[in-house]
Design a protein around this ligand. Sequence first.
Ligand code: HEM
Length: 310
Amino acid sequence: MHRTADAMVAAVRREVADLVDVAARDGELDWDAYARTWWRMVRQLVLGTSARDDEALTDDLHVLRATANWAFLHPARRARRDRFLEAVRRRIAFAEPGSLAASMPFAHVTGRTEPEQQVPQWLFAFDAAAWASYRALALLASHPDALARAREEIAGRDLSVTQDLPYLRAVVLESLRLWPTTPALLRETTAPTRWEGRRVPEDTLVLTYAPYFHRDDERLEEADRFAPELWTGPRTEADWPLVPFSAGPAECPGRNLVLHVTSTVLALLVDASGEDGPRLVGRHPLDPDAALPGTLDPFSLRFALGPAGD
Ligand code: HEM
């Protein structure tokens, strides 16, 4: 658990409670409402409660990211970038207790480091967690046994304080195994090496394509079905590699934080949905008796949270 876990749970609870009210008012939960809640929550976790409504800051980040892959062709958005980084610097200087940014003034700084450059990644990397948790909710909603296990896990727990929820964490890991948000892991060899009997020279780019490993139905019996049990026991080197957060020294340092936040969000949504929910509504491609699709568009998923027949 992160040292700010309690402050995080408080922010997550407030925002999920608002989201449940919005879903009750609208008759369903859709992606737009989920994403709005998500970013309010992320701004608080990363920058502090006072940043909850600072949409201008994350809007700037979204615009900068939208052209990122075209950076070599697109004219640089210097003014927007400066404005965004200045806003981040102001938030870091404020160092609101309970936020991730509060740790920044203590970062070890040398002539070659720019600590505030880390914060954009903390913010944008939470985007993947929105997709993963929303798809995880769809998996729960379409797999009654898993939903029953999730209900068992939260039964009798006080969700107003930090809870370790291994089954719901496994559900999120499954969402990421089935639909990895970082499909390509990149490395460069630092010395000549031999691999599978061939010589690989120094500076060779190595690409690990996660979906290839995650869905290999010759090596993994569970490849195309929802199988949280893959993650509920310890995984060892001998197991077939599953790498939604990568592995080794560059494994995602946000892994536990993400799993804590997303499992808490799922617990609160399942808890608020009562006996009948959450249920997927409208057209959706998740059939627990068929192979799960290779991709899943989160934007079109909609849920009913209240009792059936409402
Ligand atoms: C579902 C959400 C997320 C997923 C699936 C994910 C996955 C990954 C993956 C696959 C990498 C690449 C590692 C490699 O090159 O092998 C990575 C790197 C990284 N992630 Fe995440 N991440 C998520 C969210 C986050 C969050 C919320 C944070 C911070 C608050 C974060 C911080 C980082 C950092 C700092 C790195 C760079 C590590 C390095 O270069 O050493 N991630 N993440």
